[in-house]
Write a protein that binds this ligand. Sequence first.
Ligand SMILES: [Zn+2]
Length: 338
Amino acid sequence: MNIKENLFTPILKVCASALPFGVLKKLTGQEVIFPTYHLVSNQEVPHVGNLYQIRSEKLFHEDLEFMLKHFNPISIDELLKWRNGQLRLNKPSFFLSFDDGLREVNEVIAPILIKKGIPAAFFINPAFVDNKELMFRNKASLLIDRFKKRKINFKRTIDTTGVNEDQFIQIVKSVKYRERDILDKLALASEFSFSDYLNEKKPYLESEKILQLKLQGFHIGAHSVDHPLYEQITLQEQVVQTSESVDFIISKNFSKLRTFAFPFTDHGVSKTLFNQMYENMRLDCSFGVAGIKHENFKFHFQRIPMEKSLDSARKIIAAEYIYYILKTPLGKNHINRK
Ligand SMILES: [Zn+2]
């Protein structure tokens, strides 16, 4: 991952702009690609702004126009039929998805997709639906934002914690799922209330809105209970996070399909969990974000993260194609899980 980002990225970007996209698309021979996002907004979104790049509506429109020019959009049903061998795709296709169930899904993203006739999947976390709780990463982003803007009690935070601004940002950025209580303590020390923010801004989708999205033809899937990094929790916790979130989707009548997108990444997730997902939990399909990669698990699909930069969709997808082509002779496009 680091090598890819540090060494290859500048080279990839140059190649990605220079080579004709149609040639790259043919060379990789991918029938379906899976671009994935979280958020589209023209506004500042403090609980996200320090986590990844937020795409404006204009940039998102451009992404979609580019994808529609080169690919056919497909729904979850078409994706499953294709994978089952019941559907032939006559053109390279794309399957669009959005993680974390942010309110902008309903307010910004869905209206654009409806207008353009593009199906999509939204992967949500039971702990955050109806704004019951803020995700720890959203808390981190929010604290950094307030701290940078001196909107929290800056002096009190410094006095209480004894750290300077850079140290504070570094500490907050690196807080892990297991240590997430630290964020609540820092907020308390800074006289900042996450629950006031949650009540006032309502950052996530509400159940009623999710049902509306379902009626509009979108797919709703699970994204773990409260968004841990799977590599850092036990197998038993992984099972609970996965099965409870999938059961939640079914029990709330958000979908009849049992689908799951890993929070953060599926990197380091064992074969044992995948076996349980596809046997005991009876999943229909699942998703990671490792770019263009193949899996031993036929119904696990790797997606292309679109928010690492504000580059165009063309540039991002072309870079993934080049990376895929370069790694083909090394046999590194296949994930073998232990
Ligand atoms: Zn997520």
